[in-house]
Design a protein around this ligand. Structure first.
Ligand SMILES: NC(=O)c1ccc[n+]([C@@H]2O[C@H](COP(=O)([O-])OP(=O)(O)OC[C@H]3O[C@@H](n4cnc5c(N)ncnc54)[C@H](OP(=O)(O)O)[C@@H]3O)[C@@H](O)[C@H]2O)c1
Length: 311
């Protein structure tokens, strides 16, 4: 096997694979994603790596070797194949990134005896429950992305029972691509936008999720599966209305929302009607509660307004 060429996006420390020792602390996988960016913003001491720095989850053996060589004190896996519709036609690559890559990382963390925080999704559930999903509810993914994430959860648990698997939902931030940015972009050219009103979930600010991940990574105990998502629930149409209510005073694009049904907005991947997650177990275990999604949305929108960053 070719030696891995490390050119890490190291925040505090430069590190090469020839070094025996590293002063690295927490390692974040997925430096460019919504969660990865928020983690770096919250904790300047951590080290973040991604595909551009040679860390590719599609090469599980290389990932295992890299973590063993870097010897971090904890790993947060914020990297994933997240393109829900595209996964329908790319399930094998999504499997590598969401299942086999994380399994290798979990193994490496078990070998080092360090916390491994891995992110999963509401889409592992079928979405037919009445009420919020709790951790012990049976999973039953209905799309390819959900299947690969569910398989990833199981493999991570088996490889490292002390892992903390955090399922989240409807993630938004001022970075990257997400529903908030999509709505604002559409509103630049449309007066009215049709938005699905019969799927419900918990919008989650990546900044709040990053805080929760850091709390979990700092705690050596309490391995297991947890839910962490914004407090409260809404539909995509309700989410869009809240976005545009914030947008107007910030001089960001705004539009009317026309509620539509899922059946009127066909997508390659099935979307569960109920994605609501209860975060009670996480709050009780780690003493850290999620913020209300509307309050977090307002903060995120202020950031987007200040940066005028909707592209
Ligand atoms: N977004 C949501 O609404 C949502 C909902 C539920 C759960 N989640 C979960 O929450 C976590 C964080 O999501 P997010 O929204 O922050 O994701 P995101 O913004 O889509 O970012 C994904 C990250 O994964 C990286 N990545 C993709 N393929 C990779 C590979 N082969 N090797 C290494 N890195 C790779 C991307 O890097 P590149 O820049 O190189 O592509 C990017 O940094 C994920 O586990 C996701 O499944 C997200």
């Amino acid at each position: 096997m070719q030696p891995i060429e490390f050119k890490w996006v190291a925040v505090q420390t430069t590190f090469s694979n020839e070094s025996e020792q590293s002063d690295m602390t927490t390692l974040v996988l997925g430096s460019t994603g919504q969660l990865g960016r928020e983690l770096q913003r919250l904790d300047p001491d951590l080290t973040a790596v991604g595909r551009s720095s040679g860390f590719d989850l599609a090469h599980p053996e290389d990932c295992l070797k890299a973590i063993l060589e870097l010897r971090p004190t904890a790993v947060i896996n914020a990297a994933a194949y997240t393109q829900v519709d595209k996964a329908e036609s790319e399930e094998s690559i999504a499997t590598l990134i969401n299942h086999l890559g994380p399994e290798a990382c979990a193994k490496a963390c078990a070998e080092l005896g360090i916390p491994f925080v891995h992110l999963s999704t509401d889409y592992v559930f079928p979405g037919d429950k009445v009420g919020a999903y709790i951790e012990s509810d049976p999973i039953g993914p209905k799309n390819a992305y959900g299947r690969t994430k569910a398989a990833g959860e199981q493999a991570v648990r088996a490889a490292n029972p002390n892992s903390k698997i955090i399922r989240t939902a409807w993630v938004f931030s001022s970075f990257g691509n997400n529903f908030v940015k999509t709505m604002l972009r559409l509103a630049e050219t449309r007066d009215e936008i049709g938005v699905v009103s019969d799927q419900i979930g918990c919008p989650t600010w990546a900044h709040d999720l990053a805080k929760a991940c850091l709390v979990a990574a700092a705690e050596p105990r309490y391995g297991g599966t947890y839910h962490f998502a914004g407090n409260g629930q809404t539909s995509w149409a309700g989410f869009a209305e809240a976005i545009f209510a914030c947008a107007q005073p910030l001089n960001l694009p705004s539009a009317r929302v026309r509620p539509i049904r899922t059946i009127d907005y066909p997508t390659p991947a099935y979307r569960p009607p109920n994605s609501v997650l209860s975060s009670d177990s996480f709050s009780q275990t780690f003493g850290h509660k999620p913020a209300d999604w509307q309050e977090s949305l307002e903060k995120c929108m202020v950031e987007i307004g200040a940066a005028q960053r909707i592209a």
